[in-house]
Ligand binder design. Structure first.
Ligand SMILES: Nc1ncnc2c1ncn2[C@@H]1O[C@H](COP(=O)(O)OP(=O)(O)OP(=O)(O)O)[C@@H](O)[C@H]1O
Length: 483
């Protein structure tokens, strides 16, 4: 009787070929290992140098010498940390953190990116092969910055955009255990994925003493990148949207604080409209050249006065063949602050509403070139306000109630790009998202906070200089008449 095994004759492997195959495979593995070590060392120069130094010390001396070296370096760094914390935090801390975090990101990246759906699936490939050929962004650089952010520079595979990275960045952030993420386009095909580990905006920010005023960027707070948040006043209008208690008032007051030297020198004027009866801006009314709070007719008259000024300035510029207004004490840059845009016309009669809308429309469409800037705050960026939205080139989203409002304020896709204004905590008023000038990317910022005492002091000092300016103007007028 023949068994099944009798049918199949398997020639025994030649022992030499087995050994040869093993040698070839081992050599190949060794080469790959060496290549991987060289690649990892090139990418993580700091970590590699430290490992080489420690290994060389062990090799040339002994294990104790290497341990002693590590202890000496650790003691030196600890002394630096306690002796001069600021320079340690600035210089050493980010580099030390980078030593272990950069390899960590690189090792875990492919797994995290694949799990979070940050992949390009090649089309027209068998399902089995597809998983092998999945393309994920490639980490080109890892940077740890002083403000507690880890930044990964990604090279995007063909078919992926920064918006795709942003759409999955929340999941990536959770996988790496960070507080928040943001995506910023570096250049075509490259994007920075920013991972926030500790929030530099968690504490209230005190205003810096105001110095030279440049209308292109008034310092009003801090960004989560550790840089000053500068608010453009020149040639723009700004809309600040935020739920009640979001801190809109602090942005307005920080701005007035930043403008203070120019206001006291007389080349900037702020006119304020507070439809809520002066609750927000009334406290510091001395800072304003003109103030109206409450009566819709009076606010309407003030806006129409601004329109007259606009018309006079336009004619003047045309007569002198100029296109842009230059602020001066004789013709100051005018900033019109409106505390609640939606209620500006809410309680007015129909004719007054029409006049307000007409005046506001003219100021928003024609005011920029003649040195008039409108800055309006709004609680609910609903559809009434959205009709005005596009006339405000600068838009700021503070804490908002729902995700739809974020795109309503900052424009389509802003929330997907990281503007999570609906996630801002009630415990951090003043935090906002703003668009980075000249790009679609957004930045997280927090306005400085002026206490009521600060506002009163600001108001008193600006009121005194306003009186002084008026007196000087009267003297100049009298001298002019006498001459
Ligand atoms: N930048 C800030 N830093 C720290 N705390 C702030 C900041 N801004 C505001 N706050 C705190 O939050 C409170 C509410 O702020 P604020 O009145 O400016 O909000 P708002 O958006 O103007 O609200 P509403 O629309 O109801 O007037 C303030 O009384 C203050 O205590």
């Amino acid at each position: 009787m023949r068994t099944r095994s009798d049918d199949i004759y398997v020639a025994p492997d030649d022992p030499l070929s087995i050994v040869l195959e093993a040698v070839v495979r081992a050599t190949w593995l060794l080469l790959r290992l060496v290549a991987a070590v060289v690649k990892a060392a090139a990418r993580n120069v700091g970590t590699a140098t430290i490992l080489v130094v420690v290994a060389a010390t062990v090799w040339l001396l002994n294990l104790y010498a290497a341990g002693g070296l590590v202890v000496i370096v650790a003691a030196a760094l600890t002394t630096w940390r306690f002796a001069h914390r600021a320079s340690f935090t600035r210089q050493a801390a980010p580099r030390l953190i980078l030593l272990w975090r950069a390899p960590l990101y690189r090792v875990r990246w492919r797994h995290v990116a694949t799990r979070c759906g940050l992949v390009i699936q090649p089309h027209g490939m068998a399902a089995l092969d597809r998983s092998k050929k999945q393309l994920v962004p490639h980490i080109l650089r890892v940077v740890v910055d002083r403000s507690g952010r880890d930044r990964l520079l990604l090279r995007l595979p063909v078919g992926m955009t920064p918006d795709d990275v942003a759409a999955h960045s929340d999941a990536v952030g959770h996988a790496f255990g960070v507080d928040g993420t943001q995506v910023v386009t570096a250049r075509p095909g490259r994007a920075w994925l920013e991972l926030r580990r500790c929030d530099p905006l968690r504490h209230a920010i005190r205003p810096e003493p105001a110095k030279d005023v440049a209308l292109a960027g008034i310092p009003v707070g801090l960004g989560d990148d550790g840089r000053i948040w500068r608010f453009r006043v020149q040639a723009t209008h700004a809309l600040i949207a935020g739920a009640t208690g979001a801190g809109k008032g602090s942005v307005l007051w920080s701005l007035v604080h930043g403008l203070a030297p120019a206001i006291s020198d007389g080349w900037v004027q702020v006119w304020a409209l507070d439809p809520k009866g002066g609750m927000e801006l009334g406290l510091g009314r001395g800072a304003f050249a003109r103030f109206e709070g409450g009566s819709p007719e009076a606010m309407c008259d003030l806006l129409e006065e601004a329109v007259d000024l606009k018309t006079r300035r336009s004619l003047n510029l045309a007569t002198h063949g100029k296109r842009v207004h230059q602020p001066s004490a004789e013709s100051p840059h005018l900033v019109i602050v409106i505390d609640e845009l939606a209620t500006l016309s809410a309680f007015a009669e129909r004719t007054v509403v029409r006049r307000i809308e007409h005046a506001l429309g003219l100021l928003l469409t024609q005011g920029r070139a003649v040195g008039i800037t409108v800055i309006a705050a709004v609680q609910d960026p609903g559809k009434d306000v959205v009709s005005w939205r596009d006339l405000f080139p600068t838009r700021i989203a503070m804490r908002l109630d729902n995700p739809i409002q974020v795109d309503m304020v900052l424009g389509d896709g802003a929330r997907e790009r990281g503007a999570r204004a609906d996630h801002i905590s009630e415990l951090t008023p003043g935090v906002a998202y703003v668009r980075i000038e000249g790009s679609r990317d957004v930045r997280r910022v927090r306005s400085a906070y002026l206490t009521d005492e600060d506002v009163l002091a600001l108001s008193t000092s600006l009121s005194a200089s306003k009186d002084q300016n008026e007196r000087e103007q009267q003297i100049r007028d009298r001298e002019g008449e006498a001459a």
